[in-house]
Design a protein around this ligand. Structure first.
Ligand code: MOS
Length: 742
């Protein structure tokens, strides 16, 4: 059996009609199962990453960071370090130039690194050692002596709850405390009520490629080779900080080795490397170690969600309350909007959502797949399961009873929504009708078996984007766009868009990404690349066709173009295209100023087994069906969703970054002490499918977005299945076997 054959087998039934009938996949263009164009370069080691580049004369930088979480730097003794072999320079806060003010985001934190003697969190940069080799820089860093005055004690888990400022806070994604209807009456008159608190832990992105940057000044221009999810955000951030024209800052990002949000915003190393390079007049490479990533590029804050649900006797929700809190830093208010999904998921006559932060001596949290809905839907979908048991109702029936055709918060109709079809297809594939509602009803030897499900919802983010498509007389096409390939199939999909628009094979399309010298593009954030840039590529392709028709003076076909170009003596024809948003904003969420509310949806079903004696729980099967708009490539889409389910399994069963509450230090800052899912944890049996859909409102190419949706709902489906198996309700993640021992 060839590998290709295996892929095709797995893809049978991946796109299904409303009634679940599998659709045939086209052979070319949009919807065809094309492999990633960057695959061969990656598996043969030819794809290069930011941290690998070494221009002549490059110095290695290593950060010296604060060992304590609060205090004031009294002295930095660099004498020994400066005398160490190979060390060229040691920079301290005294060496820092005067800088402009950063915009937050894209800059992750409003306080610039090494700009003050105050220490606000463990891991905060204090000095930079620059040396000829990495080993010499590391040895030098070990010789820097820091004197710290420790005045007031640091604050960690005792932090007070605060209302985060919304004015001037770039992290605000919506109304802070939306409310509607008579919530108190909804609770008072209900037939059934549940109230519970759910927590998700602090955890780290642990992307495969640690963050890395290489900075070089040439003729007054700044060149950065950077591992980023948002080249243009980095350019914008540095333009503010260095008070420069953005066009004089050139970000190159050949490939991004994963990120999950850690490379979305701009962190200290990306600011300090160009400062150091300017001071020493040489290229400076600053690669974070795995440990450095634990305090150097954000994390997902733990969340605490208090849910109250009330329903009538038939299970219709009469009132919903979702209060959420997350920890943030002293300097900034990153908000984890854990009730964002709750605002859009079900019909609710009355609701009250509140969002608070607790400010502590920790680094600033950031977006992590899936931000907001990821932690929040664990809470909501666990609470829905609890309500189903309270009523004595099938959990899927409860979801269907509360299905809504319009956004319960904005009142707008959804741009497209096939969640009902997704519920039906997922239920059919897992065999939901055979489920026994009563916990502890099914077993296999010592193993208790259970089925659980959860709904999923994710915000549709859209970004204004541009793209250029060119044609040469050899009949080849080139897409040029300043995006970055993070490994999700971005390149491949843009080639498919061109191929479909022109009716040509996608092998004739080359996609050039990875530089801000190309047309400006969306961030690889918020599952928004395909919808935003794919739409711009489609428009650029259409514009190219119009231009060639104009040149010919009549309607032409692409196979006529090579001759046309030869006859006219033209060696390249190009056209630009843009994806713009109503109100001419650069970014919107949930449909922004349109008449529609935009989300993606999913239905996740899991079978768990729990060993009654050891308490060890394992996932036997996972099935998920999605309503996410048109699917451009079922191979890359399936891979995204399986990755999301594994990520969700990690959230449910393994991942956490506990902090020592006395010192504000993570107990483990590398992968030896943090559990991540490995192959042995994950069953082969992960079955994903997409309901056939074409969203006419979200984008011209019918898509919405998929990446982060795959993670949403998985943790609740797992703990709901554990409840069905054992009768034990897990409200605090990750699941520990101690919770489950009989
Ligand atoms: Mo995603 S957390 O927007 O990389």
């Amino acid at each position: 059996m060839t590998d290709m054959h295996k892929i095709e087998t797995a893809l049978t039934g991946i796109i299904v009609a409303d009634d679940g009938a599998p659709l045939a996949l086209p052979e070319n263009g949009i919807g065809s199962p094309q492999r990633r164009m960057d695959g061969p370069d990656k598996v043969t080691g030819q794809a290069t990453y930011a941290g690998e580049d070494m221009p002549n004369g490059t110095l290695h930088a290593v950060l010296v960071t604060s060992p304590v979480a609060k205090g004031r730097i009294a002295a930095v003794d660099t004498g020994q370090a400066r005398a160490a072999p190979g060390v060229v320079r040691v920079l301290t806060p005294a060496d820092m130039p005067t800088l402009g003010s950063p915009s937050v985001p894209p800059t992750a934190q409003s306080k610039l690194p090494m700009s003050s003697l105050d220490i606000d969190y463990e891991g905060q940069p204090i000095a930079i050692v620059l040396a000829e080799t990495l080993e010499q820089a590391e040895a030098g860093a070990g010789l820097v002596r820091i004197g710290i005055e420790r005045a007031k004690p640091a604050v960690f888990d005792t932090a007070e709850v605060e209302v985060p400022p919304t004015e001037g806070n770039g992290y605000v994604l919506g109304e802070l405390d939306p409310a509607h209807g008579d919530v108190d009456a909804g609770f008072a008159n209900a037939a059934h009520r549940i109230e519970a608190t759910y927590t998700t832990p602090t955890r780290h992105h642990n992307m495969m490629e640690p963050s890395a940057t290489l900075a070089e000044w040439r003729g007054g221009d700044l060149h950065l080779n950077d591992a980023t999810q948002w080249s243009w955000g980095l350019q914008l951030s540095l333009a503010g900080i260095f008070d420069m024209e953005p066009s004089r800052i050139h970000i190159r990002c050949p490939y991004t080795g994963g990120g999950f949000g850690a490379k979305g915003y701009v962190w200290p190393h990306q600011i300090l490397a160009p400062i150091a390079a300017r001071i020493v007049g040489r290229p400076v490479k600053l690669n974070l170690t795995r440990t450095g990533c634990y305090t150097g590029c954000g994390y997902q804050s733990g969340t605490q969600s208090r849910l109250r649900l009330a329903s009538d006797a038939q299970g219709h929700l009469t009132a919903v309350e979702h209060h959420t809190e997350n920890v943030t830093s002293v300097s900034d208010d990153y908000i984890e909007f854990a009730n964002m999904g709750t605002r859009g998921m079900y019909a609710m006559p009355a609701y009250r959502m509140t969002t608070r932060v607790r400010r502590a001596n920790v680094g600033t949290p950031t977006a992590m797949r899936a931000p907001h809905e990821g932690p929040g839907m664990f809470a909501l979908e666990s609470a829905m399961d609890e309500l189903a048991y309270e009523i004595g109702m099938d959990p899927l029936e409860l979801r269907l009873a509360n299905y809504t055709d319009s956004d319960p918060h904005s009142g707008k109709p959804f741009s497209s929504n096939k969640l009902r079809e997704a519920y039906a297809e997922g239920a059919r594939r897992i065999g939901w009708s055979d489920r026994v509602h009563e916990p502890r009803s099914r077993r296999d030897g010592d193993k208790l078996l259970g089925l659980g499900m959860a709904g999923a919802i994710m915000t549709t983010f859209r970004n204004a984007s541009q793209a250029r498509v060119a044609m040469t007389p050899d009949g080849r096409f080139t897409v040029e766009v300043g995006s970055q390939e993070i490994g999700t199939g971005t390149r491949t999909i843009f080639a498919q868009v061109v191929a479909e628009r022109l009716g040509i094979p996608s092998e004739r399309v080359t996609v050039v990404l990875g530089s801000t010298d190309l047309p400006p593009a969306s961030a690889t954030l918020g599952s928004a690349s395909t919808i935003s840039i794919g739409s711009a590529v489609a428009t650029a392709t259409d514009n190219l066709k119009t231009r060639l028709d104009d040149m010919a003076g009549r309607e032409t076909r692409p196979d006529e173009w090579p001759d046309l170009l030869a006859r006219l003596g033209v060696d390249r024809v190009q056209a630009e295209g843009a994806f713009t948003l109503p109100g001419d904003v650069s970014f919107d969420a949930h449909g922004g100023q349109t008449d529609y509310s935009m989300h993606t949806w999913g239905a996740v079903f899991v079978e768990m087994e729990v060993d009654e004696i050891t308490g060890i729980a394992r996932m036997r099967r996972a099935v998920a069906a999605y309503s996410a708009g048109r699917i451009l490539n079922p191979v890359t889409a399936r891979s995204q969703m399986i990755g999301g389910i594994i990520f969700g399994y990690g959230r449910a069963m393994l991942e956490a970054s506990p902090m020592d509450p006395r010192y504000g230090r993570y107990l483990s800052k590398n992968l030896s002490g943090v559990q991540l899912p490995v192959n042995a944890d994950i069953p082969r049996n992960i079955d994903v499918c997409f309901i056939e859909e074409h969203d006419p409102h979200a984008s011209a190419i019918g898509v919405r977005g998929i990446g982060e949706l795959g993670e949403v709902g998985v943790a609740a489906a797992i703990t709901n299945a554990i409840y069905n198996a054992t009768g034990k309700r897990v409200r605090d993640l990750p699941v520990h076997f101690e919770h489950l021992i009989a």
